[in-house]
Design a protein around this ligand. Structure first.
Ligand code: PEP
Ligand code: MG
Length: 577
């Protein structure tokens, strides 16, 4: 038996057989060959092309929406492109290298050529070439990504890294648990596994290298542990853990219909973060006071979601109607960073600081206006609030507000009804926006603090990088000062502040955030009852006292230790599960 310790990303306990999905083993094996072997390598390419085409054709069908269908078609065409295939064959015979090496080398040179082009369309093609080359490399190494898409039995997915878009394309009904070498708790893949309720442990280092396909695995998403080939005693202990967790969950269910009122009457609204329309049920089930963050970009990744105006309108309407009369805050698309949507031409060297969210939207007003129009049309079905991500200053905010007014005007001209009192807010997740909170607060109806990014950019620590995950510290005095200032400036302008980053779902942060004056906390539905239970047990006065006290401290270590002890003293059985 081997035990790996990582970060608990999504609660629950699951047991099953491992299915390895390891990207590093897909990296081309580089081997020189003899002249007599050239023909054999060319044959391999031919077979790999046929296998890849077959794999892609299997995805075509009536259920697939327009955009993914178009991408599939493009990839199929590339697999028949004589220029691309000819260059690969030429590379093999000229350089006497194996097929994998040639695919990678030719793809890389095509990609650099396309990327340096000033034509946006050509630039976009580079992403497709990378994708197609992965299919070929898959086929050449006899490894099939399709196994994850078309699973026939339940598995525990063990991977070195996983992109949000990959997770979307997988058959999640058969994924019992996930063990991932990389990632941080606030990475989008971690947010998604929680949304899909898949028990998961991330940041496991090199666990995937020690696991074989078919190994028995237990994933403990509460304690952040993964057991490979567990022995009998470990399995029994885990059964006990599981029973305790279920009892705890049962206890939390008593919180469902209660308001999140602190003992002295102060109320904090707890709302749900949604990534997909299918999560509405979970949000309602736990008695969320609305949706505080709908991450609309995932509609563009979900092949069944689609992204035309009509498809978006239907999705927004469904959420707004289902939650009415409670408010639903839909965030305009935040693509880029680790959320690469195929076909949008985002493939950058430094994506976290790159063409992301409103930066992308303001240069692709064609896509952005369609979204705003779909949102306005859907607004008449309940209480919609629109929110903009990654705003860094007043120019960007003015630009998006201006575009929104323009789209409203178009709707008026076309007599398309929309809610005239629609509230508009901005996310505060870039340090410059936090520092300009007083300026921005004059222009919007509400703030929502995205601590996942605010922490990432304030401490300069990539939220998805497991090697520096220990530096991603919500209790860093720099972060807490920022939060305090944002609330103060917002309240001076009489606008409410929500916090919708993963910090909102961490029970260790709950009392402090209430004490700092957050009006709303928005989180994955999984965590809402636990946070409600904690806040209902303390007074606002106590919470403020705690906040005032820790704001005097000078390091995250001191603050974390102090808050941990405070919570243990204050709650008999303080537990984060
Ligand atoms: C955040 O940054 O905290 C946030 C809520 O947005 P996202 O996690 O989607 O970047
Ligand atoms: Mg963010």
């Amino acid at each position: 038996m081997r035990i790996f310790k990582g970060i608990a990303a999504s609660e629950g306990l699951s047991k099953g057989k491992a299915l390895l999905h390891v990207r590093s083993s897909m990296v081309a094996e580089k081997q020189h060959i003899m002249a007599k072997d050239v023909q054999g390598e060319l044959q391999k390419i031919h077979k790999a092309v046929e296998r890849s085409k077959k794999a892609l054709e299997e995805h075509q069908g009536p259920d697939i929406s327009a955009e993914p269908a178009e991408i599939l078609q493009t990839h199929l065409m590339m697999l028949s492109d004589p220029e691309y295939l000819g260059q690969i064959a030429q590379y093999i015979s000229t350089n006497l290298v194996c097929a994998q090496w040639a695919v990678e080398a030719v793809t890389e040179s095509m990609v650099s050529l396309l990327e340096s082009s000033s034509d946006e369309m050509l630039k976009e093609r580079s992403v497709d070439f990378r994708d197609v080359s992965l299919h070929l490399l898959d086929a050449l190494s006899n490894r099939s990504q399709r196994t994850v898409k078309n699973l026939t039995e339940d598995v525990i997915l063990v991977a070195d890294s996983l992109m949000p878009s990959e997770l979307f394309s997988m058959d999640k009904s058969h994924i019992l648990g996930i063990a991932l070498d990389g990632g941080g708790r606030a990475s989008h893949v971690a947010i998604l596994v929680r949304a899909f309720n898949i028990p998961s442990v991330i940041a496991l280092g090199s666990a995937s290298q020690k696991v074989h396909d078919g190994d028995e695995i237990i994933v403990d998403g509460n304690y952040g542990e993964v057991f490979v080939r567990p022995d009998l005693t470990a399995a029994q202990n885990l059964n006990e853990r599981y029973a305790r967790w279920q009892a705890h969950e049962q206890e939390l269910r008593q919180m469902i219909d209660l308001p999140t009122r602190m003992t002295d009457g102060h109320e904090v609204l707890l709302k749900a973060n949604l990534q997909t329309v299918s999560e509405i049920g979970s949000a309602k089930e736990v008695g969320a006071s609305g949706v505080g963050l709908f991450r609309s970009e995932f509609l563009f990744m979900d092949s069944v979601g689609g992204s035309t105006e009509e498809q978006q309108f239907e999705a927004y309407k469904e959420v707004i109607e289902a939650m009415a009369p409670l408010p639903v805050t839909i965030r305009t698309i935040d693509v880029g960073g680790d959320k690469v949507v195929p076909g949008m031409g985002i493939d950058e060297k430094n994506p976290i600081l790159g063409w992301r969210a409103v930066r992308f939207c303001l240069s692709r007003k064609d896509i952005f206006s369609v979204q705003l129009r779909a949102l306005l049309r859907a607004s008449v079905y309940g209480k919609l609030q629109i929110m903009f991500p990654m705003i860094s200053g007043v120019e960007e905010l003015n630009a998006v507000l201006h575009l929104l007014e323009h789209v409203k005007e178009e709707c008026r001209t076309e007599q398309i009804p929309f809610d005239p009192d629609i509230k508009v807010g901005t996310m505060i997740e870039v340090p410059s926006a936090a520092l300009c909170a007083d300026i921005l607060a004059k222009k919007v109806d509400f703030f929502s603090i995205g601590t996942n990014d605010l922490i990432q950019y304030t401490i300069a620590v990539d939220r998805g990088n497991e090697k520096i995950a220990h530096l991603f510290q919500p209790f860093h005095p720099g972060v807490l000062r920022s939060l305090q200032m944002i609330v103060e400036k917002a309240h001076q302008e009489n606008i409410p502040v929500s916090l919708c980053g993963e910090m909102a779902s961490d029970p260790l942060c709950s009392v402090l955030l209430a004490g700092l004056g957050m009006d709303e906390l928005s989180m994955g539905s999984q965590s809402l009852l636990q946070v409600r239970k904690i806040l209902r047990d303390v007074s606002f006065a106590e919470a403020k006292q705690l906040a005032d006290h820790v704001m005097e401290m000078d390091s995250y270590l001191t603050i974390t230790t102090y808050i941990r002890e405070w919570m243990h003293d204050r709650f008999d059985h303080f537990t984060t599960i």
